[in-house]
Write a protein that binds this ligand. Structure first.
Ligand code: V1S
Ligand code: CA
Ligand code: ZN
Length: 393
């Protein structure tokens, strides 16, 4: 209908399982798995599935989850019941086993299924990249970058990204992990802090006292020691409120361009958390769907096998817009699809404005002040280039 055809010489695959979308973290919790339904609805109404291989993925097995997570943790995750969830707020903020059952990582019905399904989509994507059946594999149900080996954190229970990167490392000598979620990708950074085969780069809002998770300062470049091959293989880009498309895109291209030249990755894992968009319920940036998408377009232009993961994103209509737009970039249809959301899109009324690219004014009641000075951004670039001098392959 919109001239959506399979891209020549490039296979794009879409990995999802609709059962994931039925799960609920709780009434007031910002994470809404239903945003995946809204994304799929938009992707489908534009006719994009015709241009991709679409996989309905199986949940990851216990053994697969155990390639990163500890058995102690997985056993508790598999058996903890919502009844174990502390009832009052006071209790909820206290220490709970493996950080489970608090308000950030609640215990809910079907939690283990939800986690294994999310991990299953990302693992399936990684496998299709490894066996060369796909060049760009999309797993919007994954991207849960805060989960640790034996701990849940920030809405993340299973680190599907770590599992997928471990799978890529079976074939590819070096993997570049990039994270454009508004939060620091601490779980992925930590998992690979002692290897020089993975370089992690996270762009995020940084305010250690007031913004979650509080890590990812400019000087955090991986544990520094003579004997640690992973030293200098973590790059952090700490930003302030209100960064714009122009600033972000220029910073992104500069830094990822330099990292690509120096590290020469053989594959890319890109976490596309949509909470960096303007008007996000938790985020603080002024990015538009176009600016967020420009990062995906730039990564695609590097011509490497790539996985696109989801992640954060707490204003579902904007999450759906960004991930649908980025799916269109992956298949090379971004210039073909109309800006006006098709009339026949299910739940079209949820989009409020009928465009795929709302203006800042349409995205939020009052446009957020930009606190990123050009000087600060130049200093960040200088620091990153200095770090990269320590990296050799
Ligand atoms: N910012 C924020 C925020 N909001 C909540 C929250 C709000 C309502 C609820 F019913 C439950 C939780 N939690 C937080 C953050 C965690 C953000 C996680 C982002 C995840 C990701 O996008 O990067 C990837 C999917 N948590 C905190 O700030 C911790 C607290 C320190 C304050 C909030 N209370 C509820 C818990 C402790
Ligand atoms: Ca990030
Ligand atoms: Zn986030």
């Amino acid at each position: 209908e919109y001239g959506i055809v399979r891209p020549k010489g490039l296979t794009v695959s879409y990995h999802a399982t609709s059962d994931m979308e039925k799960h609920h973290f709780g009434q007031t919790h910002p994470m809404k798995p239903w945003r995946l339904t809204l994304t799929k609805s938009l992707v489908t109404s534009y006719g994009m599935p015709f241009a991709m291989d679409n996989y309905h993925t199986r949940p990851a097995t216990y053994q697969e989850l155990n390639s990163f997570h500890s058995k102690d943790y997985l056993d508790y995750l598999a058996t903890a019941a919502p009844e174990d969830q502390p009832r009052d707020a006071d209790q909820a903020e206290r220490e709970t086993p493996f950080n489970l059952g608090g308000s950030d990582c609640p215990l809910f019905h079907g939690l283990y299924d939800y986690c294994s399904m999310s991990a299953g989509t990302s693992l399936d994507a990684a496998r299709k990249i490894c066996n060369k059946q796909s060049d760009i594999a999309i797993a919007w149900g994954g991207g849960l970058h805060h989960a640790k080996k034996s701990e849940a954190s920030g809405f993340c229970y299973i680190n599907d990204i770590v599992l997928a990167v471990l799978e890529l490392l079976r074939l590819y000598p070096r993997v570049l992990y990039i994270d454009i979620d508004v939060h620091h990708g601490d779980g992925v950074e930590e998992a690979f802090h002692s290897t020089d085969r993975v370089m992690t780069v996270s762009f995020h809002k940084y305010a250690p006292e007031t913004f979650f998770p509080g890590t990812g300062g400019l000087d955090d470049n991986g544990p520094k020691s003579e004997r640690n091959p992973g030293a200098h293989h973590a790059i952090n880009v700490p930003l302030h409120d209100g960064i714009t498309d122009e600033q972000y895109e220029s910073l992104f291209k500069n830094i990822i361009g330099a990292v690509n030249e120096r590290f020469r990755p053989s594959a890319i894992a890109l976490q596309c958390g949509a909470d960096s968009l303007a008007g996000d319920r938790l985020g603080r940036f002024n990015l538009r769907v176009q600016g967020h998408g420009a990062c995906v377009r730039y990564c695609k232009s590097l011509g490497l096998p790539m996985i696109l993961f989801g992640g954060g994103g707490y204003t579902p209509r904007n999450v759906a817009r960004a991930w649908a737009h980025e799916t269109s970039i992956a298949i090379g249809a971004d210039k073909n699809i109309p800006e006006i959301i098709p009339e026949h899109t299910p739940w079209r009324e949820h989009f409020i404005h009928d465009t795929l690219f709302p203006s800042l004014e349409q995205s939020m009641q009052e446009v957020r002040h930009n606190r990123n000075t050009e000087k600060r951004l130049r200093d960040i670039v200088t620091h990153v280039h200095e770090q990269l001098r320590f990296v050799s392959i």
